[in-house]
Design a protein around this ligand. Structure first.
Ligand SMILES: C[S@@+](CC[C@H](N)C(=O)[O-])C[C@H]1O[C@@H](n2cnc3c(N)ncnc32)[C@H](O)[C@@H]1O
Length: 372
């Protein structure tokens, strides 16, 4: 019999299956693609090849020390333009808007395929090693390009030192449902949550170590300080406090963020984040899977360590297996609700090209009772 947590797993991804190879170019994306042994072997050999020469130690250290600068530079160049807003958020993670009905937000409830079908940008969106994480849909985001608000820098400097120790007071104290997104970037997850989740008890925190990214969030026309608090926080600095107390959060979201961190530091980060969860609270993750197209495209000389690479712009990326993520979360004391691999075949019908994407999606829950 399946373990209770496995029984709760579902397969939420799209259901457009490629049963007849002749139909390959009839749609933009195919779901739950099975890899043949040859394809797996070919991917393994590409990875062996591109990781056969590691970057020297001094270079590796330089990328670690200057990680924030490289992401700042990234957001200065791309602002909010690179990562797209994501209609799949609420079908995959209904926990982000528990009161929402499935007909809201133009969502048909059938996973990724329908949103991807409505456009044709699946390919050609890889730039400087960053592969667009999803396809573009009509933008929900309402962004303005005004200069940073005056209080932004002060907030950034304050939050690490004062806000968490402010006599028990903290942003979002009065809320009944608290969500934290770490590594929020330009806010492509936060703003859809604020738009979609109308629970008056909702409060959304979001942080990033890139001050440029946090400025983009704070200067967004949709930023509402009564419902949201964006702050600068370096996940790798375990001395830096969060602005909310332990056991205060219902949800922590990590979307393509853990992969940007030095693998040796991941466990400490996950363990710290799990302490912020209320009993019954959940960490939600979506991130790169092993042998994703982005990994296979790296060239020799870009590998830092096993499955960890540096892009041309100095930002780094790791490619996970399901077991590695399971180990990180269970070591932090969390229980598996979901740990799925999403293998998708994206098709550019115009260019008659195919692209195999591999993403992993996890939900891990903090137990409500103490384990024996
Ligand atoms: C691939 S981007 C994803 C951004 C966002 N989650 C999204 O999906 O649009 C990775 C993000 O992680 C942030 N990041 C990387 N290392 C970090 C760290 N040590 N502390 C906080 N944020 C970090 C980067 O600044 C960047 O915004």
């Amino acid at each position: 019999m399946a373990a209770p947590s496995e029984a709760r797993e579902r397969r939420p991804f799209g259901r457009r299956l490629l049963t007849d190879p002749a139909r390959l170019f009839q749609h933009n994306a195919w779901d739950n693609v099975e890899w043949s042994e040859e394809q797996e072997a070919s991917a393994r050999s590409k990875v062996q090849e591109n990781s056969s020469q590691l970057l020297p130690q001094d270079k590796q250290e330089e990328y670690e020390v200057n990680a924030k600068k490289y992401w700042d530079d990234f957001y200065k160049i791309h602002e909010n333009g690179f990562f797209k807003d994501r209609h799949w958020l609420f079908t995959e993670f209904p926990e982000l808007a528990p009161n929402r009905s499935s007909s809201q937000n133009g969502d048909s409830g059938s996973g990724f395929s329908n949103t991807e079908e409505s456009n044709n940008e699946g390919l050609g969106s890889c730039e400087n090693g960053h592969c667009s994480l999803e396809t573009r849909t009509g933008s929900q985001l309402n962004l303005i390009k005004s200069p940073p608000r005056g209080h932004t820098e002060e907030l950034a400097a304050q939050n690490d030192s004062e806000l968490s120790q402010n006599g028990g007071d903290y942003p979002g104290l009065a809320a009944s449902y608290r969500i934290l997104e770490v590594g929020c970037g330009a806010g492509n997850t936060v703003f859809p949550i604020l738009q979609t989740n109308n629970d008056p008890g909702l409060f959304v925190y979001c942080c990033d170590f890139s001050t440029t990214a946090v400025h983009l969030v704070q200067n967004n026309a949709e930023y509402d300080a009564s419902r949201c608090f964006a702050f600068v926080h370096d996940l790798c600095n375990d001395q830096s406090p969060f602005p909310m107390p332990e056991e205060s959060l219902d949800i922590v979201i990590l979307i393509f963020v853990l992969s940007a961190i030095l693998p040796e530091k991941m466990q400490c980060i996950v363990t710290r984040l799990s302490r912020l969860l209320k009993p019954g609270g959940m960490i939600l993750l979506r991130d790169y899977g092993r042998y994703d197209l982005a990994q296979l495209r790296f060239k020799k000389g870009q590998c830092l360590s096993d499955n960890f690479y540096v892009r041309g712009d100095g930002t780094r990326v790791y490619f996970f297996t399901q077991d590695e993520l399971d180990h990180l979360f269970t070591t932090a004391g969390l229980e598996k609700i979901q740990n799925l691999v999403d293998r998708r075949l994206q098709v550019n019908r115009g260019k008659q090209m195919t692209m195999y994407r591999v993403w992993i999606q996890c939900k891990y829950c903090k137990p409500t009772t103490l384990q024996p």
